[in-house]
Design a protein around this ligand. Structure first.
Ligand code: CP
Length: 301
């Protein structure tokens, strides 16, 4: 069976295949490939986009959905282990989509499950389906995934989307990474090591207004309040970066601002109508990309 737990579970060829399929689903989103199949949607942590775009994708593919959006309604609250939940659900369903607050929970679920598991986010670790929709968004707006200067801004320590995106973009030609974060939220050492091993250039900054003109993609992230053990530490960094329209005046004409969303205040709402803002279209791309991921994992196309 094919699982998607870490973005590195897929090859570059598979990323490109998903892009091809996503473009096909964008042209024709309603294809009955999941007719007669049941997908379990298990969200042990809050979600708007990932859950709703997955569930819309499943509906558009003609499949049926079982599951929960509120872990409080599952027997986990009575002390049932993840092992037992997955063992049983994998007997009910043909595919499991799961979000969980613990790093490694998705990999463990895949080991227990007899059907494919797709990781919809595990703690601060990985969010591979977000990365595939990010790649699709970058390809659509830049026309290529090669030779791009990526600015990753905000919470690079706990932001799982940037961890997966870094690994995926490192498979393409000649990327440059600019990491903008306060010291306490820097990109973890293991991900920087991944780039060093491949000889890929990266730079770390605490400010970016003076270098923003070099960016092809500005990937903003939310400071992940739920991952901080000390609320006072969160207070120190919560408003650290706020992207405003005035900051975009000297940027490249084709630069695009991405954000996995939800946004708190790290992108001022005055940016929303700027032609360089792409985050809402990015979220729509998530539906086509998740149709593509399901089709690929289940070998439906
Ligand atoms: N981007 C993302 O994962 O959003 P949700 O938390 O709303 O699913």
């Amino acid at each position: 069976k094919k699982d998607l737990i870490s973005i590195t579970d897929f090859t570059k060829e598979e990323y490109l295949r998903i892009m091809e399929l996503a473009a096909d689903f964008e042209t024709n989103p309603n294809q009955e490939l999941l007719k007669g199949k049941v997908v379990a949607s298990l969200f042990f942590e809050p979600s708007t986009r990932t859950r709703l775009s997955f569930e819309t994708a499943i509906s558009r593919l003609g499949g049926r959905i079982v599951g929960f959006a509120d872990p409080g309604s599952s027997s986990a609250t009575k002390g049932e282990t993840l092992h037992d939940t997955i063992k049983m659900v994998s007997n009910y369903a043909d595919l499991i989509v799961m979000r969980h607050p613990l790093e490694g929970a998705a990999r463990y679920a895949a080991e227990v499950s007899s059907v494919p598991v797709i990781n919809a986010g595990d703690g601060a670790n990985q969010h591979p389906t977000q990365t595939l929709l990010d790649l699709y968004s970058i390809l659509k707006t830049q026309g290529t995934l090669d030779n791009l200067n990526l600015f990753m801004v905000g919470d690079l320590k706990y932001g799982r989307t940037v961890h997966s995106l870094l690994q995926a973009m490192s498979e393409f030609e000649n990327p440059i990474f600019n990491f903008i974060s306060p010291q306490v939220l820097q990109m973890p050492r293991a991900y920087k090591h991944h780039l060093e091993e491949k000889g890929i250039r990266y730079f770390e900054h605490e400010e970016f207004t003076d270098i923003i003109s070099e960016a092809d993609i500005i990937y903003m992230t939310r400071v992940q309040k739920e991952r901080f053990s000390d609320p006072m530490e969160y207070e120190k960094v919560r408003n650290i970066y706020i992207l405003k329209n005035s900051m975009l005046e000297n940027t490249k004409p084709n630069v695009r601002i991405l954000h996995p969303l939800p946004r708190v205040n790290e992108i001022s709402t005055d940016v929303d109508n700027n032609e360089k803002a792409y985050y809402f279209e990015q979220a729509l791309n998530g539906m086509y990309t998740r149709e593509a991921i399901i089709a690929h994992v289940m070998n439906l196309k």
